[in-house]
Design a protein around this ligand. Structure first.
Ligand code: 5GP
Length: 208
């Protein structure tokens, strides 16, 4: 059976946005579902519709979202109509969300109706910190909030179909393309205990 919905989650700074951008640029079978968010724009208008908090809460009240969640103080949500219309067109809906949103979808009727494939993208703690500092889009307080979220997210990784450590962009893109189009799951290892240990040390160094 083919895949209808692909859920992509990952640590902030894991490079998931870059991987997805590249994959979507040459895979017409895939369609990215644009999330709604209240956070400030970065260089990512392809990924989001930016709305005010007031507008977001109004849409939430109207059951506009398949799932939604607050992450690092901002709201994010997946518009349900966009997922449905993508699947109706015969395309694969790619949903990039956090692990809380993933849990909401997996408990919903959508997960019973459609074939869902899920991946969690990771990188080692030093790479994550380097990427977040280099992209210059968040202050230190926000960066620390994001890396602290990654410590909690370690507990959820085992619920995904597979984990993808992203060290080389082209390799990651090729592996995801194969998994997404064939439904075949690669077996990759990630040592969450080691990640948490190293990240806690880096958080301590940064906070000093
Ligand atoms: P960022 O601000 O770095 O683009 O995203 C922050 C986090 O929110 C990431 O973990 C991203 O996967 C997640 N996210 C993006 N869109 C959505 C959404 O629609 N719903 C949920 N639950 N999380 C989202």
């Amino acid at each position: 059976m083919g895949v209808d919905i692909i859920i992509v989650s990952g640590f902030s700074g894991s490079g998931k946005g870059t991987i997805l951008k590249k994959l979507l640029s040459f895979c017409p079978e895939l369609e990215l579902i644009k999330s709604y968010t209240t956070r400030k724009k970065r260089d990512d208008a392809d990924f989001y519709s930016f709305v005010t908090l007031e507008e977001f809460l109004r849409l939430k009240e109207k059951k506009f979202f398949l799932e939604c969640n607050q992450y690092s103080g901002e709201w994010y949500g997946t518009p349900v109509h966009a997922v449905q219309s993508c699947i109706n067109k015969g395309k694969i809906a790619v949903i990039e969300i956090d692990s809380n949103g993933f849990n909401q979808i997996m408990k919903s009727s959508v997960a019973k109706k459609y074939r869902v494939l899920s991946v969690f993208i990771v990188a080692d703690a030093d790479t994550i910190i380097k990427r977040l500092l280099n992209r210059n889009t968040e202050n230190l307080e926000k960066i620390l909030s994001r890396v602290n979220s990654s410590l909690d997210e370690c507990e959820c990784i085992a619920h995904y179909d597979f984990v993808l450590p992203n060290y080389d962009l082209d390799t990651s893109v090729a592996m995801l393309e194969k998994a997404f189009l064939t439904g075949e799951i690669p077996h990759m290892a990630f040592n969450a205990k080691e990640y948490k240990h190293r990240m806690q040390h880096l958080i301590w160094l940064l906070g000093d």
